[in-house]
Design a binder for this molecule. Structure first.
Ligand code: NDP
Length: 446
């Protein structure tokens, strides 16, 4: 079989690239060995957010009492959530399938491997393609701890039929804190074991502290240490911690980062250069060192976020079709952590500015959102602006508090358009809201 373009991987990047290229009239094939939709749709962002919604109700029930509602005493029925989640994910998967079919992409439900720079083995088919796009995503990294055969990853968590009573999560990044608060909210006794405090390395330090303190105040058992060994015994999994303590749980989840999914793809046969962590090295247009072979998304480990993979795919499509270039600006990518309450950010952190020797001013507000007053919830929202002192260009916006992802998404538009502090000052507040504080900050932090 001959194709103009063959895409390996049916996740966010691969689906976007293949359907746009097919819509432009090219003959496009796509191989996906698991399920169309990739990590984001099948076992990442989408089911995770559904689980976040489910787990938030327990705090909402508590808050409702202060607003005059009777106390709710109810146990979550995990199987019902799992069934509903599976149904919704299957619906989305079939939408992807239909989308590809409508655009004329020929899909192959099998693993594909490169035989050389223009030939792919896909199941029993040998395929020739002028262009090959690798969009194989990432895979959970499992740390080399003795007993790590007992570790599960986010992949398995989404397949659990029952919620274990006692769960430990290892890690201090996005997935660790999101899952920890999901499990806690759904009623499991949950411990988070993280080696670097505060949580969320890479985020602004004030946000990190706020997320860490809030998680603790919401009842998450937090252990700033490492796991030395995992042993299975009759009463559960015994986690030997560096502190000398032993933690006994029913399930341990490793949320210790992800690696590029690039092994056993025949990339060596095609001569594609990989980085130290197995990631595919590409340029701004996602071209590898081999003419005609490209890579987008998590397998390139540039920024492991769905919307970034999609933008990389758009840029690559434009390149292949000879269209205008609009490379991804990795400096203004908004991101959110769906912890509870969520955190979100766009642009530089205070620590980035210090490292780069930028002269900057910080505006910061920390206050109790109105809903927390009657709820009796002693939690504050944190809002922070980093502004370049000369010219007052806004370099970074950071928030931890209710609706942070929704608020930061809008502010990311402004940052992308060159937002200044004056524009924020000129903007009339929307009252009463938490976000209005972003246009009301008049005094720099001392
Ligand atoms: P992250 O890279 O965010 O965090 C990995 C965490 O694991 C860090 O806290 C790290 O600690 C810790 N860690 C790494 N190795 C070990 C080890 N051997 N022992 C103990 N701890 C270890 O990875 P995630 O797995 O949470 O997520 C992967 C990526 O997926 C994210 O970076 C993000 O890009 C994306 N993602 C995005 C989401 C969103 O948009 N909401 C949600 C989930 C994932 P240390 O800091 O000390 O290195």
């Amino acid at each position: 079989m001959n194709f103009d373009v063959f895409v390996i991987g049916g996740g966010s990047g691969g689906v976007r690239a293949s359907r746009k290229l097919a819509a432009a009239g090219l003959k496009v094939g796509l191989a996906e060995e698991y399920r169309l939709g990739g990590t984001c749709v099948i076992r990442g962002c989408v089911p995770k957010k559904l689980f976040v919604y489910a787990s938030e109700f327990s705090a909402t029930f508590q808050d409702a009492v202060g607003f005059g509602w009777p106390e709710v005493s109810s146990n979550h029925r995990y199987q019902l959530l799992k069934r509903a989640k599976d149904k919704e994910i299957a619906r989305l998967e079939s939408l992807y399938d239909g989308l590809l079919e409508r655009h004329g992409v020929i899909t192959f439900a099998s693993r594909a491997k490169l035989l050389d720079k223009n030939t792919i083995q896909c199941g029993n088919e040998t395929i020739a393609a002028k262009h090959i796009i690798i969009a194989t995503g990432g895979t959970p990294f499992i740390p080399p701890i003795p007993g790590n055969e007992h570790l599960q990853s986010s992949n398995e968590v989404f397949e659990w039929d029952n919620l274990p009573d006692r769960i430990a999560i290892i890690g201090g990044g996005y997935i660790a804190i999101e899952f920890a608060q999901i499990f806690l909210g759904l009623g499991a006794s949950t411990s988070l074991i993280f080696r670097t405090a505060p949580l969320l390395r890479g985020f602004d330090d004030d946000i990190r502290v706020s997320v860490t303190e809030t998680a603790k105040s919401r009842g998450l058992d937090m252990k700033n240490t490492t796991v030395e060994e995992i042993t299975k015994k009759a009463d559960g999994l015994h986690l030997k911690l560096k502190t000398g303590e032993t933690l006994i749980v029913d399930a341990v989840v490793a949320a210790t980062g992800r690696s590029a999914n690039t092994s056993n793809l025949g990339l060596d046969k095609a001569g594609v250069t990989l980085g130290k962590r197995g990631e595919i090295i590409v340029d701004k247009q996602s071209k590898t060192n081999v003419d005609g072979i490209y890579a987008v998304g998590d397998c390139t480990a540039r920024m492991e976020l769905t919307p970034v993979a999609i933008r990389e795919a758009n840029e690559l499509v434009s390149h292949i079709l000879g269209g205008p270039s609009n490379p991804v600006d990795y400096d203004s990518v908004p991101t959110a952590v769906f912890c509870q309450p969520p955190a979100a950010a766009v642009g530089m952190t205070e620590q980035d500015c210090v490292k780069k020797g930028i002269d900057f001013t910080v505006y910061q507000a920390k206050f109790r959102p109105m809903k927390n007053t009657l709820a009796g919830r002693d939690e504050k929202a944190l809002l922070k602006l980093i502004v370049e002192t000369k010219g007052e260009k806004v370099l970074g916006i950071h928030m931890h508090g209710p609706d942070a992802p929704e608020i930061i998404q809008s502010l990311a538009v402004a940052i992308t358009a060159g937002l200044t502090k004056k524009s924020l000052d000129d903007t009339i507040a929307l009252h009463p809201s938490t976000a209005e504080e972003f246009v009301l900050m008049s005094t720099p932090r001392s």
